[in-house]
Design a protein around this ligand. Structure first.
Ligand code: HAS
Length: 542
């Protein structure tokens, strides 16, 4: 059992995440309805405001709160209860993140921060919007302190022992997060806040975008890694098997620290001001960051196959039949894995410099991130919610709620497949993203995208129904399901492995990551600062 005080901490994070999911999801449907010309928004709302609310609430707020809720529960379960001091730090973190979120949402709804979730300059928001973002990030630092201190405490008390895999992965995820946020903190504190307060007249646009994407790409792995934690640690236990290799899992997470940060230019391949040579370097590093995902695919296949064979499966794919298809705790993350096969392929297409010219700024990219974060990650988070909420509340996932969970998962799968397929296909023919005007060059083209836009609206509607169903199940699991003990599934390794000491040498890995970052960013950033044309909005550093 997770200690009661830690459970409460974790549950507050989950509840906040689910509120964000409900509101953010509703805004998402509105967008598809506007783009397909099924509705027009009331005058008090505009399309970009709705798009900002959708992106901020889902991509930034839902994910961050859910992830910290999950990390607190897992670390408390595997290393013991938090000390009072660490729990206090965690609550301060929660408070700061919540105040930041509420402030940001109020400003977005007041149309004072209609800058989309990437808040690219020269779009400008109210200064308090940037201050709110800073508060959210400072809040995550308190949270990270609590979790890392807990891990260090465990290691001190258990000198010479291998740390629990969950705690190790938590630290790797947080190291990635802390290094990544340096970029966005610099942009917000040195550029956006002074500029929005009027202390500086101009802002260096190219630099702000570069600092954003230095943060923005590892951000997507900050979303992905907790899902991988569930795949590596929980899914094997749920299917009645064991973790394929503890050391492989640890190595994959370390590779994410190394390669996920010096790759932000692959979001800027079409931007002037960065030389082709440096873009090429970062494209190569992007291909390196695909490796730990391929290792994960290998480990998952191995776990499934070995477990299936232990249960008596024969023939090449006989093991597939032995998987527990009727258990939502398995089904939801598994469908997430399936989505990741086309999603990862799409990522590789995006990263391939020339092909990026075809898809950049089209709704293909929106399709890509709806099947990565919006399917792979979120389906895994749904799967986690179905056992973690009852576990923390001392209740059980009944057969009926499990069945409803399966319907919810299927509804999400169908809705997301329709919506993202329409996004991918129409994106290939140039359908632009982030605009309600789906025609650049005339009526005929717009008409040919019309049916895709309608498909997106149909998919979006199914997705919102799925969210309603999910929230209904969660309310049941938290407050009405029968009292009892729901399992917190923590898998064991298939074999006794002696972990190489090197794997837990954080100084070494952080050191290599910093060297790679300096290599990939120093010269191009100096170039950007030196060569922004005088008199242009990019001229001044801040
Ligand atoms: Fe991405 C844009 C490249 C992964 C999210 N990405 C985005 C944006 C978001 C996002 C939000 O290079 C838009 C940002 C914006 O607003 O402008 N992405 C990649 C690459 C990967 C990748 C190379 N992205 C993700 C993940 C995300 C995410 C993960 C969220 C969680 N992405 C790009 C690029 C752009 C981009 C460009 C910019 C495009 C532009 O021009 O604007 C890689 O990490 C992908 C590697 C993944 C794999 C798949 C491995 C498969 C696994 C499943 C195995 C299945 C099993 C089950 C075991 C190689 C692990 C099978 C069982 C059976 C029985 C069959």
């Amino acid at each position: 059992m997770v200690n009661q005080l830690d459970s409460k901490l974790s549950l507050y994070h989950f509840y906040t995440a689910f509120i964000a999911l409900l509101i953010g999801g509703s805004f998402g449907l509105l967008q598809t309805l506007v783009r397909s010309e099924s509705i027009t928004l009331p005058v008090e709302l505009n399309y970009y405001q709705v798009l900002t609310a959708h992106g901020v609430l889902l991509a930034l707020v839902f994910t961050t709160f859910f992830i910290f809720g999950f990390l607190y529960a897992g670390v408390s379960k595997t290393t013991g209860s938090f000390t009072n001091r660490r729990r206090k730090a965690a609550w301060i973190g929660y408070l700061l993140m919540t105040i930041g979120t509420i402030t940001a949402v109020i400003l977005i709804l007041a149309n004072q921060a209609t800058v989309l979730y990437t808040f690219y300059a020269p779009l400008q928001a109210h200064p308090f919007f940037y201050i709110a973002l800073a508060l959210i990030i400072i809040g995550t630092y308190f949270a990270s302190y609590a979790l890392i201190a807990q891990y260090n405490g465990w290691r001190k008390e258990n000198k010479g022992s291998k740390s629990p895999l969950f705690a190790f992965m938590t630290v790797a995820t947080l190291v990635l997060w802390i290094i990544a946020t340096v970029g966005v903190v610099l942009a917000v504190v040195l550029q956006f806040i002074p500029w929005s307060l009027g202390w500086s007249e101009t802002i260096n646009v190219a630099l702000s975008r570069t600092l954003f994407w230095y943060f923005g790409h590892p951000l997507v792995y900050f979303w992905l890694l907790p899902a991988y934690m569930a795949w590596y640690i929980m899914v094997p236990k749920i299917i009645g098997g064991k973790i394929f290799s503890d050391s492989l899992a640890r190595l994959a997470f370390l590779l994410f620290i190394l390669f996920s940060i010096p790759v932000g230019f692959h979001h800027q391949l079409l931007e002037p001001g960065i030389s082709e040579g440096w873009k090429f370097v970062q494209v190569i590093l992007t291909f390196a960051v695909i490796l730990p995902s391929l290792m994960t695919a290998f480990a998952m296949f191995a776990t499934f196959e070995i477990t299936g064979r232990e249960k008596g499966a024969t023939r090449l794919f006989g093991w597939v039949k032995k998987l527990p298809w009727k258990d939502v705790r398995f089904l939801a993350p598994f469908i997430g894995m399936l989505f990741f096969i086309p999603a990862g392929t799409g990522g590789i297409i995006n990263a391939s410099h020339q092909m990026n010219q075809v898809i950049h700024n089209t709704i293909w990219v929106t399709g890509h991130f709806h099947i990565t974060i919006g399917a792979t990650v979120i389906l895994t988070f749904f799967g986690i919610s179905y056992w973690i909420i009852p576990h923390l509340k001392g209740r059980v996932l009944t057969n009926r709620l499990n069945s409803l969970g399966i319907y919810q998962t299927v509804l999400w799968t169908v809705g997301m497949s329709i919506m993202s397929a329409a996004m991918h296909f129409s994106g290939l023919s140039g359908n632009p993203r982030r605009t309600q005007e789906t025609s650049y060059s005339g009526h005929e083209v717009a008409a040919s995208w019309g049916s895709y836009e309608l498909a997106m609206a149909v998919g979006g509607t199914l997705l919102l129904f799925s969210i309603f169903l999910f929230i209904g199940i969660i309310i049941n699991l938290a407050f009405f399901a029968p009292k009892g003990q729901e399992e917190f599934p923590i898998g064991e390794s298939m074999r006794e492995e002696k972990m190489p000491k090197l794997l837990e040498n954080w100084k070494l890995w952080i050191g290599i990551a910093i060297v790679l970052i300096l290599f990939a960013y120093t010269i191009p950033v100096i170039d950007i600062i030196q060569h922004s044309p005088p008199g242009s909005p990019g001229y001044k550093f801040w």
